[in-house]
Design a protein around this ligand. Sequence first.
Ligand SMILES: [Zn+2]
Length: 281
Amino acid sequence: MVWFRKSKVENNQSPKKADIPHGLWIKCPDCGDIVFKKGIIENHKVCPKCNYHFRLDIRERIKMMFDKKSFKEFNSNLASVDPLGFNAHKSYKEKLKEDQKKTGLTEAAITGEAKISGHRVIAGLTDANFIMGSMGSVVGEKIARAVEKSIEEKIPFITVSGSGGGARMYEGMFSLMQMAKTSAAIAKLHQAGILYISIMTDPTMGGVSASFASLGDVIIAEPKALIGFAGPRVIEQTIRQKLPDGFQRAEFMLKHGQLDMVVHRKDMVQTLIKILNFFEK
Ligand SMILES: [Zn+2]
């Protein structure tokens, strides 16, 4: 906390590590309880009180999902340009630079080849920490190229979506085009008869949910993940009706046929292994 650090500096004392409670505890965004951060990390980053699955960044997800050191990244040098010269309260270029620094990623998606209990797969993951995990030209291109690789190698394709932003508005029509591009790539994948597993995590919204994320042969979500197109507030304002409890949450989407299963993070790898075994020729 700011007041705490300031007083220490004023007194000219160097703050001791044990004095700083900052960062030890974390507030669960779902139940509001204050929980011990270390306990959360040991628990696959799931709230022990309400089962809320905290958002993971791409690297945490890769570590959790794939065999140790098996992930080989594709196209890591692809970076966004600013096709519209977008400049509102902050320019697109500035926003990119800011999020690159914050996340250590060049873009909101990482794609590559990896192994899950020895099964070779091609994977594409998006990270909600980078411009809300929104899909600009680079994210779309990376996903499409990864799909092509999957067709070429004849191995399953898996995506893990963490995208609250959908299509990236800083790129206007270029970003909307990515919905068509990734969907067309997935159609080719289906034609080639290759398995596609889509995992939706909190949040999977907008243009990402309306394109590749919803096109899986098997669609899995993490508990309580927010999944939808427009957010609940926008819908309520548009239809002028109160939405039912749990609307757009994974459990609601499962009940309404949008998903095949809701899987706890601790069981995700085992579930993937089961599905991969089942489909393997
Ligand atoms: Zn909680």
